[in-house]
Design a protein. Structure first.
Length: 281
């Protein structure tokens, strides 16, 4: 939070005209948009928000959405990863994430919707159900700032009950969510065709969404932020994800990351191109 300037959204000054991604580093919906920005090599700034603050900030920015990711382009903020990718696609069509053929495009968007709505919330619930028992492992996924981690740790009982209420963490719901994640891997495996892709024999928004939303199953080294070290993984989570990571669907996720996750297009302050520094001055 300390990193974001309050006026960073006004379309000039600190953002130098670059798109700004407001994010939670660990969140899979945020990873989806980062991947799209990086894949299209769109130089952009990232502002990481702390949990709690992120919902308030998202609403302040967009007026209609209390979730991250939010992307600000030319002072206009859009929430929801699907809408953001549509906006990016329109503004930066190349390389495209949407199949040109309408029927294939429809299928790709349908799969995007399926992974967003039927898988994303379930893997998140399954994950938090285990990780709320391990704040020492969970909190460093939100920030590297030791002081911030300490503060979050002190407030953790409240944060934990908010997470449990917000994501409906009950034994019954968690069991159902685990089943839904396994079903997602089943569906993924049925959908991968002989080309290795989900739709139309090429990498599209469908592949990107499936792999990003299920990254925590495969734990790919290309994931750009902190992940829990293998040796520290709580047993209850390890046994769940390891079984899935070993399946063809799990290996496919790792493959998508290897082949298509690409290089970060984030512009960090230290590496700001001249055009940005001079406008900032
Ligand atoms: N449909 C949204 C979902 C995004 C979402 O659920 N984001 C979470 C982070 S994983 C969030 O900001 N949640 C805040 C909250 O639920 O209060 C999208 O695709 O962007």
């Amino acid at each position: 939070v300390g990193k974001h300037a309050p006026d960073a959204v006004e379309g000039h000054a600190p953002d130098g005209g670059l798109p700004v991604l407001w994010q939670l580093p660990l969140s899979h919906y945020n990873e989806k948009v980062r991947w799209a920005l990086d894949y299209k090599r769109i130089p952009h700034l990232r502002r990481s928000l702390l949990p709690g603050v992120h919902a308030v900030e998202a609403r302040r920015l967009t007026g209609d959405v209390s979730t991250t990711p939010v992307l600000t382009i030319d002072g206009k903020s859009t929430g929801d990863s699907t809408r953001i990718i549509a906006a990016i696609e329109q503004r930066w069509p190349d390389p495209t994430l949407y199949p040109a053929q309408p029927r294939l495009r429809g299928r790709a968007l349908e799969l995007e919707e399926y992974f967003d709505e039927q898988v994303g919330p379930h893997i998140r619930r399954a994950f938090y159900a285990v990780l709320v028992e391990h704040p020492d492992l969970l909190l460093p996924l939100f920030t590297e700032n030791e002081q911030a981690i300490q503060r979050l740790l002190e407030g953790f009982p409240v944060m934990r009950s908010r997470i449990e209420a917000r994501f409906e963490i009950t034994a019954e719901a968690v069991a159902h969510s685990r089943t839904s994640v396994v079903a997602a891997i089943d569906r993924l495996e049925r959908q991968i065709d002989s080309t290795g892709y989900l739709v139309g024999g090429a990498f599209t928004v469908a592949d990107l969404t499936a792999a990003a939303l299920l990254y925590s199953v495969a734990r790919p080294p290309e994931f750009p932020y902190a992940m829990i070290a293998n040796d520290d993984l709580p047993e209850a989570w390890r046994e769940f994800v390891d079984a899935l990571a070993d399946r063809p669907g799990g290996r496919w996720i790792a493959q998508m990351y290897r082949d298509h996750r690409g290089q970060s297009a984030e512009v960090t302050t230290g590496a700001a191109p001249a055009a940005i520094s001079s406008r900032t001055l």
